[in-house]
Write a protein that binds this ligand. Sequence first.
Ligand code: 13P
Length: 250
Amino acid sequence: MRQKLVAGNWKMYGSRAMTRALVAGLAAEFADGAPCEIAVCPPFPFLEEACRAAGGTPVTVGAQDVSDRDEGAFTGQVSGAMLAEIGCRYAIVGHSERRSLNAEDDALVAAKFLAAQRHGLAPILCVGESLEEREADRTEEVVARQVRAVLAAAGIEAFARAVIAYEPIWAIGTGRTATPEQAQAVHAFIRGLLRAENANIADFVKVLYGGSVKAANAAEIFAMPDVDGGLVGGASLEVEGFASICRAAG
Ligand code: 13P
């Protein structure tokens, strides 16, 4: 049985005070035990504050990105070693906003996945199709390409220390979620890609759903057999709503 994970991707929102309050609020909410694994992914300047506030609580911390390089003259980049040093557990790689707005291709995403793991971070690998691709019936082709690029670079064993997030681009920030059945179909397809390489790892790896997850729809999505929790954007920015989503994973 895979333990569910609910991770909040704050994107470019928040402040130091909000970070402190949100992590403390979650810790208080789940002082008697968390219903699932809970992670917050604030912007870089607030990661250390989040790690400090999360210490001794069930909350873990992830970064929204990581450099593919270990160190050097790479202005503006943040290495996996730096994130690990301050106490991060996760690094999101390949979010669709970075693929599209920062022109990150499959090769760079695979390099970031490897860099995260070199420094002991678990990558949360985001994959997902655009509306145009879904309507052209190309969802499986796109998701397979995105997963196989990382499989080819990192090997199946690396997925034992990684999380996958299926985030259909048409569902991100739109209020339009995939139906539980649509999510389940793609999650099962992703697990099948891994199963072809190693059945044990395929059964072990968490596949999260992301895209307009809210307190009102989380339970029905998380009830699907291949959905192991969520990567939550907008609804992760306040304690009560995010805590309800975590409870829906219990
Ligand atoms: P929303 O939950 O705001 O749709 O964002 C989803 C997402 O992109 C999480 O990474």
